[in-house]
Structure formats: structure tokens, C-alpha cells
Design a protein around this ligand. Structure first.
Ligand SMILES: *Cc1c(COP(=O)(O)O)cnc(C)c1O
Length: 474
């Protein structure tokens, strides 16, 4: 394909994408294909000679779309949202075209420098304390990771390295330290936190959450003190804002105080909920954030930036650079030290020009429209919450804070499992469940940026219809 052909194919693709997204409401949200559906639809081997673009284009509807779960359908209410917007799609095109690998400043100065400034813009939008921002001139700064899971692991490895050097200076042998390290998170923390512990080779403790499913200081302190008595070395704690099962919130101030007292690194995982902090009325949720060492959220979840874009800030970026720095000659350059070499801030070497997505989205929406977007989605969740409250057959698991409604039939787990199954088989909407302390419930997340009030009403009608069917079979 040459330039002229690309121009016309790109126009055609832009039309296809706009039509797909603008008419996504008409597609069945969950596909009906069976495992193995795709292989028979295409040849067994790559073609010998070039095919035409038209043939490729035709196969999108024939081969791909029947097997797509439409995450941007206004009837998609599963998991948490994943973001999608035209400005971010455009930025991804440009990023692909520039196609640089920005591991050091000199490997593409614009890639590093835009990221430094965008992470400051974004941090300011959220109201993060100045210590986390590069513009403050201190040791703080932000970086774009691929996912929240990586951010949790990067912070954990930095904390591990910081603790090991601290204790080595006091004369303790490195191998003794490593086997005694222990990390903490709430029993509501994301599975990626437990996984980070496995990957880092350290013990993890799940701290019991309270009746609002949040982790509090006293429970954390108790777990830490028990471990200290047994000779363990507490070094890392993850506080969660907007935990995945029920969008519950840990008490960051209490956790931060315990972390300070015992010399632990405090990382905050706000993967979903972080986007809401652009609205002043939700900032109370991060009270105590100034005590944390690192903070992370996913603009690719709820801030209109397509996957992948996970924003992470350090209060002292030397911690991660010291932990991750290796310096082969071929990566050295004359300007080292004046700007970040982001390869020291992440696990891979290579990195894409992802800050373009943040730049385009923040400029083309502006703070005002981004806030309107979040507020509208929260109000749609409250609309669904009101339907649940007004119906005596149902109960809420937690009051709604952001865009997730957790609810169940006031009946057995089995009845709720049957309801969930019937809803997903119906194909009108898509939900996933969760379970806390042996209580099975349904999660209704406002996901698509196309979701309107009438979609929420339609979803509730479907829940009621399937409830009638399930209850009539009891
Ligand atoms: C979604 C989510 C994650 C995982 O996010 P990735 O970016 O896919 O790794 C981690 N923590 C919380 C609280 C989440 O909601």
C-alpha cells in the first residue's frame, strides 16, 4: 500500500469507524458465536500474493464483528468502563505514524517532554498535591504506564529496593531482608495486587475491610504489628479508591499514617475512580493523598482516553530510577539527567508516544466537558440506583458513589445467579456479578459514553422482565 492508497483507505476507515460507533446501539451487545468460530471463516495460511484493501475491508463485518463484544454499546454494563473518544483515536493514528520508541530523551525528545507536561496537566486537573508534579521543581513526577497492574508492580519493586538499601545500610544481609518482606492490601483490592506480590516474590496479607468494604487504619496496624512480632519486615501497602467488586473506598489518611509510622511505601490504586477526581465534589475521597508515595489511575477506563494509558505519579522519582536503572553504553546520551529517561520508570524498554492521546483529549474536551461527562455518568448510575431503591424485591449492596450500582434480589445467591444468567442470555444488556463475604450480587456499571437516560430505563425494564421470568419458575 502506497501513500495515495492509504489516503483513500484511511478516509474509508474513518467513515466505517464513525458509522460503527454512532450506530453501535443497534448491535447485540454480547456475541452469540461459539469457541472456534473464526478459523473456518478465513484461509488456513497467509496469502502468497497481495490482496486488495477492499477484500480486507469486507471481512471486518464478515469475520470480526460477529465475534466482538461491544464495550462501547450503551447496553454494556459489565466490569468497569474502557474509554473511547475520537480525539484519542486520532492521537493513536499519529502515534502510530511517528512510530518512535521513546525510551530515553534523545530517542525522541517530544515523546518524553510532552509526557512530562501532560502528567502535570492531568495531575493538576485531579487536584493532586504539588509534590507529585514535575512542575513543582522537586523530586515528583508522572509517567504513563500501560496498565494499573504494571503500576502496582513498579511501585512494589521500587518499595522493595528502597527497603533493602535502607536495611543494608544498617548492616542487615540482603538475602535475609528479601525473605522477610511483607506487603498489605485490603481484601477488596484488585487481583493484580496479589499478582504483583507473586511476581515480586514477597508475602502478601489481605487486610479485612469494614462494613462499607473499605480498609481502615486499625485493621492495617493490627496486621502489621502481628507480622513484626513474627520477624517480618512490612514494606508496602496498597490503598484502593474504587475497588473493583463494589467500588468501595479505603481510608487513605489512616493507611498513610500507619505506613509512615512503620516505614512502608503507600501506593494508591484508583484505576477506575481516579477520573472522578477532576470534579471537586469527589476530591474528599482522596483525603490523605499527600501521605502517599505513589498514585495511579487509568484515563483509559473513565477519562475518554483509549486503552492503554495508565497515569502514575511518584513523590520521589529517584526511588523508581534507583530500583530500575541499568546503563548499557548504547543507551547513554549526552543530555542524561536533565529530563527523565522513562526507561528507568517502567518494566519494558520500549514505549509508545501515548501522551498525544492525553494532549488531544484534554484540549478537545477541556476541563469543562470532561467534568460534564463524569457528572452525567454518575447521575445515570443514581437513576438506576433509584429504580432499585423503589422496588421492594431488590436491595442495594452499597449506596452509589460514582458510576457503579451493586444490587441483588432479596433472595438466595442461587436466585441471583439465575437472574444474572437470564439477563445475559437475553442479550439486551450485559452485566457481570461479584461476591463479597459470600453474598452474590449484580453490578450495573455505566460504561459507554453513548449511554443516555433512556438506555438506563431500558436496562431496568430488562432486569425486571428477567426477574419476573426467574421468579415465576421458582
Ligand atoms: C481495572 C482495575 C485494575 C486493573 O487495571 P489494568 O489497567 O487492566 O491493569 C486494577 N485495580 C483496580 C481497582 C481496577 O478497577
Amino acid at each position: 500500500m502506497e501513500g495515495e492508497q492509504f489516503r483513500s483507505a484511511a478516509r474509508e476507515m474513518a467513515d466505517y469507524i464513525s458509522n460503527y460507533l454512532e450506530n453501535i446501539r443497534e448491535r447485540r451487545v454480547l456475541p452469540t458465536v461459539e469457541p472456534g468460530y473464526l478459523r473456518p471463516l478465513i484461509p488456513a495460511e497467509a496469502p502468497e500474493t497481495p490482496e486488495s484493501w477492499q477484500d480486507v475491508m469486507k471481512d471486518i463485518e464478515r469475520v470480526i464483528m460477529p465475534g466482538v463484544t461491544h464495550w462501547h454499546s450503551p447496553q454494556f454494563h459489565a466490569y468497569y468502563p474502557t474509554a473511547n473518544s475520537y480525539p484519542a483515536l486520532l492521537a493513536d493514528m499519529l502515534s502510530g505514524a511517528i512510530g518512535c520508541i521513546g525510551f530515553t530523551w534523545i530517542a525522541s525528545p517530544a515523546c518524553t517532554e510532552l509526557e512530562v507536561v501532560m502528567m502535570d496537566w492531568l495531575g493538576q486537573l485531579l487536584g493532586l498535591p504539588g509534590e507529585f508534579l514535575a512542575a513543582s521543581g522537586g523530586t515528583g513526577g508522572g509517567v504513563i504506564q500501560g496498565t494499573a497492574s504494571e503500576a502496582t508492580l513498579v511501585a512494589m519493586l521500587s518499595a522493595k529496593s528502597r527497603k533493602v538499601s535502607e536495611l543494608k545500610e544498617k548492616g542487615k544481609a540482603a538475602q535475609d531482608i528479601v525473605t522477610q518482606l511483607v506487603a498489605y492490601a485490603s481484601d477488596q483490592a484488585h487481583s493484580s495486587v496479589e499478582r504483583a506480590g507473586m511476581l515480586a516474590g514477597v508475602e502478601m496479607r489481605k487486610v479485612p475491610s469494614d462494613e462499607q468494604f473499605g480498609m481502615r487504619g486499625p485493621q492495617l496496624r493490627k496486621a502489621v504489628e502481628e507480622d513484626l512480632k513474627k520477624g517480618f519486615i512490612p514494606f508496602y501497602v496498597v490503598g484502593t479508591l474504587g475497588a473493583t467488586p463494589a467500588c468501595s473506598f479505603d481510608n487513605l489518611r489512616e493507611i498513610g499514617e500507619v505506613a509512615l509510622q512503620f516505614g512502608m511505601w503507600h501506593h494508591v490504586d484508583a484505576a477506575y475512580a481516579g477520573s472522578a477526581l477532576i470534579c471537586e465534589e469527589f476530591r474528599y475521597l482522596m483525603d490523605g493523598i499527600e501521605l502517599a508515595d505513589s498514585f495511579n489511575f487509568n484515563p483509559h477506563k473513565w477519562l475518554l482516553v483509549n486503552f492503554d494509558c495508565s497515569a502514575m505519579w511518584f513523590k520521589n522519582c529517584n526511588d523508581v530510577v534507583d530500583a530500575f536503572n541499568v546503563d548499557p553504553l548504547y543507551l547513554k546520551h549526552d543530555q542524561q539527567g536533565q529530563m527523565p529517561d522513562y526507561r528507568h520508570w517502567q518494566i519494558p524498554l520500549g514505549r509508545r508516544f501515548r501522551s498525544l492521546k492525553l494532549w488531544f483529549v484534554m484540549r478537545l474536551y477541556g476541563k469543562k466537558l470532561l467534568q460534564e461527562f463524569i457528572r452525567k455518568q454518575v447521575s445515570l448510575a443514581h437513576q438506576f440506583e433509584d429504580y432499585v431503591k423503589d422496588n421492594p424485591l431488590f436491595e442495594l449492596i452499597l449506596p452509589v458513589t460514582l458510576g457503579l450500582v451493586c444490587f441483588r434480589l432479596k433472595k438466595s445467591n442461587e436466585a441471583n445467579e439465575a437472574l444474572l444468567k437470564a439477563i445475559n442470555a437475553g442479550g439486551v444488556i450485559h452485566l457481570v456479578p461479584a461476591k463479597i463475604k459470600d453474598v452474590f450480587f449484580l453490578r450495573f456499571a455505566v460504561c459507554s459514553r453513548f449511554t443516555e437516560s433512556h438506555d438506563v430505563e431500558k436496562a431496568w425494564m430488562e432486569v425486571k422482565k428477567q426477574t419476573d421470568i426467574v421468579l415465576s419458575k421458582e
